[in-house]
Design a protein around this ligand. Structure first.
Ligand code: ADP
Length: 425
């Protein structure tokens, strides 16, 4: 069977999160960084394809063009159902991209209804009466209200979505969702008769996601966070639309040579770095030192480490230290110095024979995968919710790589990740 489900994500780590949850089903999932350059016919495709874009905060026209390009590739690959993935906190502005992209995809797919369900109950995102909650707080009272790029000052998804779309917005509320898939289907059909195209759907628990997915699985386009897509593979399998697992190739034998590269300064990553330093050799990158002396010292340190040893190179630092570097160098330059250094060291590590890479940080992941020349990943076993191991090719070598965004995983993430790749794990 060829490609069936084609997904487009508006950012990089969001795409990994989605791919990881979809791969829980055992169905083969491929993740592509950007719209693939080669035609699908010349590419080894999987039953589920996820294309990672970086268009969350791009101008609307650019985001629409890019997503339509991704859609065209997925259709050419044979996909018949489509999923538009955005953040579970609906990150966007009144001029944002979630609605316009959905409308453009709907027009291209000639469909007149879709749902909006960013809920992710396992991670504390729920929707009740159209209002999005982060834990116990309404979105607009959560830390998202101060986000530097997409401050969320309203919690009501209908009000957030309406200015972004031309057609009417409506709500399938929890009173309906709690009654199950048939009730949801009936409500959606009534709304179709009334010309309502954009349906915000309440979900407060995983059971709601299953009812919604069952009711909506025949829609050509679904939109939401990663969690609403999670039940889809099993539902498609039941209908014989997706091959049952078994299509998966075995995980190849890889040399037990690893490195952790961390450019994330998020609280969880700081704890993870602190813990891993107790068992691994570590080298700390300092942007001020990098600016003055370059990265010879870091390269020399890495060259002295045996390929088989546990090692970590990190720029991870406490906020005060990050602030100091940013003050001296500017935020952008400090970040770029670190990203460039980690990217360069990843290439050196690969050339030294390292085959297992643990990368911490969203931007850092982008820089490292780019330097390693990775444009597609085969999604493998999940390490933590939303963080899978992936297989890829770099300079003709097969490598395993995991990309962890700042606050994902628990304190022992690095050890756990590397343990999970042992044959007896
Ligand atoms: P996260 O997923 O935690 O947000 P990112 O990699 O996306 O992590 O972002 C972290 C940013 O901080 C990167 O641009 C990185 O280069 C930068 N950075 C990392 N360490 C430092 C440091 N010590 N000083 C200044 N900037 C840093």
């Amino acid at each position: 069977m060829g490609v069936f489900l084609g997904c487009i994500a508006d950012d990089f780590t969001g795409a990994t999160d989605l791919a990881g949850l979809l791969a829980r089903s055992g169905v083969k999932v491929s993740l592509r960084m950007g719209i693939p350059k080669e035609n699908p016919e010349n590419s080894r495709t999987s039953a589920i394809e996820v294309i990672a874009l970086k268009c969350r905060t791009s101008p609307v026209g650019e985001a629409v063009d890019e997503t339509l390009g991704a859609l065209a590739w997925l259709r050419q690959a044979g996909a018949q159902r489509f999923f538009w993935k955005y953040c579970s906190t609906f990150d966007s502005t009144a001029k944002g991209n979630i609605g316009p992209v959905a409308e453009a995809l709907m027009a291209a797919l000639e469909t007149d209804q879709t749902i909006y369900c960013p809920a992710f109950p396992e991670n504390g995102r729920s929707i009740y009466m159209g209002n999005l909650f982060v834990g116990e707080l309404p979105l607009a009272e959560s830390p998202m209200k101060d986000h530097p790029l997409t401050p969320m000052r309203d919690s009501n998804l209908m009000r957030l979505l309406a200015p972004q779309v031309a057609k009417p917005v409506g709500l399938v509320n929890h009173l309906t969702v709690a009654k199950g898939a048939d009730a949801i289907r009936e409500k959606i059909s009534d709304m179709q008769t009334s010309g309502i195209s954009h349906l915000v759907v309440d979900a407060v628990a995983n059971v709601d996601l299953y009812s919604i997915a069952e009711a909506c699985m025949d829609m050509k386009l679904l939109t939401g966070g990663s969690a609403i897509a999670m039940p889809l593979p099993a539902l498609f399998q039941k209908q014989g639309l997706l091959a049952v697992a078994g299509e998966n190739e075995p995980w190849p034998e890889l040399a037990d040579t690893s490195i952790v590269l961390s450019g994330s300064c998020s609280a969880m990553t700081r704890e993870q770095v602190h813990r891993y330093l107790k068992q691994a050799a570590g080298y700390k990158l300092d942007p001020l030192h990098l600016a003055k002396h370059g990265m010879d010292a870091a390269r020399e340190w890495l060259l002295l480490q045996p390929a088989e040893s546990k090692k970590m190179i990190y720029a991870t630092a406490e906020p005060a230290e990050v602030g100091k570097a940013q003050e001296a160098l500017g935020i952008e330059r400090a970040g770029k110095l670190v990203e460039d250094a980690l990217a360069d060291l990843a290439v050196l590590a690969r050339n030294m024979g390292v085959r297992r890479f643990v990368i911490a940080g969203g931007e850092t992941s982008g820089a490292v995968t780019k330097a390693l020349g990775i444009d597609s990943l085969r999604v493998g076993p999940e390490i933590a919710p939303g963080v899978p191991w992936n297989l890829s090719q770099s300079a003709g070598e097969t490598i395993a790589i995991t990309l962890k965004s700042g606050n994902f995983g628990t304190g022992d993430f690095f050890e756990t990740a590397l343990r999970k790749l042992k044959p007896d794990a």
